[in-house]
Design a protein. Structure first.
Length: 277
């Protein structure tokens, strides 16, 4: 099974050595790529680039740069892509990003959709080799409604040149498998890599549900709530995620992307228990 991971720029400079150690340990698992979020905790382009270059220089994994575009002019977006390309980073995860609170659309002359960013990246990359990943939503985007317009958006991203998609986290294998079937029926042919996050605390679960709009996994929430200490909660979260990976493997899914939270121990244990490493 192909594996990959997500990390984010350290929020404090003193956390950098810990992140570097995590990347090196994750590299030992032979991931295809390690993606780096953009702007986490107020970090800058420089912070993301620093992590991406560390991966480039110290890992066999490809560094995959997250980019968001909502509210950005085409000129500014091209400048940002060119800056990354100039540093030898040519693989991207093209994201729309969240609309500012209270906004339903962006000012004229700015980008508003991820497919626009996918096309722009392809044009800026020109003859260079590289991949452009995009996001997918097994249970629908919060803005997509019952008609699953998120799949139409996914198809537009594919047509704009996307290489593959990474899904938002989900808690049940059937949600992902049903999504894949629906996407295929509507013409999506690119790979749809499932995104898995070990949920090791009630606080993390609450935050994730708030950010994603996913439905609450009652059994997982109950187990986390009943666990007596941090070690017990970690066991609950790792066991749940490992079972999810095993179910996907049993369904002949051949790739998985893990949200690592800048740690290596939890995701490594998930993959070990799932029989992947």
């Amino acid at each position: 099974m192909q594996i990959s991971f997500e990390v984010y720029p350290p929020r404090k400079e003193e956390d950098t050595p810990k992140l570097h150690e995590a990347i090196l340990r994750l590299t030992e698992l032979d991931p295809k790529f390690i993606s780096v979020t953009f702007g986490a905790g107020g970090s800058s382009t420089r912070d993301s680039l620093s992590v991406l270059k560390f991966i480039r220089d110290n890992s066999t994994a490809s560094p995959l740069a997250h980019l968001t575009c909502v509210g950005t002019t085409e000129e500014d977006a091209k400048g940002l892509v060119s800056e990354f390309l100039g540093e030898g980073i040519s693989d991207f995860l093209a994201l729309r990003g969240d609309l500012p609170e209270g906004k339903t659309h962006m000012p004229p002359g700015t980008l508003s959709r991820a497919d626009q960013l996918v096309k722009l990246i392809g044009e800026a990359r020109a003859d260079r080799q590289g991949i452009t990943a995009v996001a997918a939503f097994p249970n629908g985007h919060p803005e997509s409604g019952n008609d699953r317009s998120d799949i139409a958006a996914l198809l537009s991203k594919q047509e704009a040149g996307a290489s593959f998609a990474i899904t938002q986290l989900f808690f049940f294998a059937e949600d992902y498998l049903n999504f894949v079937s629906l996407a295929r029926s509507r013409g999506v042919t690119m790979d749809l890599i499932p995104g898995i996050m070990p949920i090791v605390s009630p606080n993390r679960l609450s935050r994730v549900l708030e950010l994603t709009g996913e439905r609450k996994p009652e059994e997982l929430a109950q187990r986390l709530g009943q666990a007596e200490d941090a070690a017990s909660r970690r066991e609950v979260g790792i066991s749940w995620a490992a079972s999810l990976v095993r179910e996907l493997a049993d369904a002949d899914i051949d790739a998985v992307h893990l949200y690592a939270f800048n740690e290596y121990a939890n995701v490594t244990e998930v993959l070990r228990r799932a029989g992947v490493v």
